[in-house]
Ligand binder design. Sequence first.
Ligand code: HEM
Length: 169
Amino acid sequence: MTVVAPAPLAPSAAPLARSRSSQLLGLFEDRLARNGKLGSYTLEEVARHDSKDDAWVAVDGKVYDITPHVQAHAGWTSGCATSQLLAILRTLGTDCTDEVLEIHSNRALAQFAPFLIGRLVPSTDEQRQQQQQQQQRAAPKEQQTRACPFAAGSYAATCPFATRKPLPP
Ligand code: HEM
């Protein structure tokens, strides 16, 4: 009897889907950007549009106003497609990149284009955090370590006044 080794598992579809959707929507986005018709929205702004009459989602760094799609979707008045509709309603006002890219075919992703209204940008808080992280990474090692100013030796590592443990020598 010949034993056949199982085929290796396929890598996750998400990164592939991500580049796929970007390619599909790239042309459309460029056109809107050239016409100055794309806005910049934070996740907080997106979160304010989470109802069937005002339905935004963020996907792959882009923001879509999918209100017409939601309102015209099957499932409001009959049992048909109810679960699909519920899945969509659950994501309104959020960044649902993973769900959308996992679920939709190329053809379906291309249908998102007319709903594009802008790009997702970091909020002021996120920007501040990113800047702090960058500064921290760029700072020399001695500045990254603030050991206890009142103690020396091994006690310094556990001192409550130290914001960070000393780096190993
Ligand atoms: C303008 C926005 C959207 C458009 C144009 C759209 C379009 C489509 C299309 C054409 C399909 C049929 C399946 C396919 O061809 O891949 C589909 C299925 C589906 N969509 Fe969307 N969709 C949108 C937004 C969303 C969002 C935000 C969600 C939330 C997760 C979602 C969840 C689903 C689900 C659960 C299915 C059923 C998948 C299945 O039965 O396997 N859709 N969508």
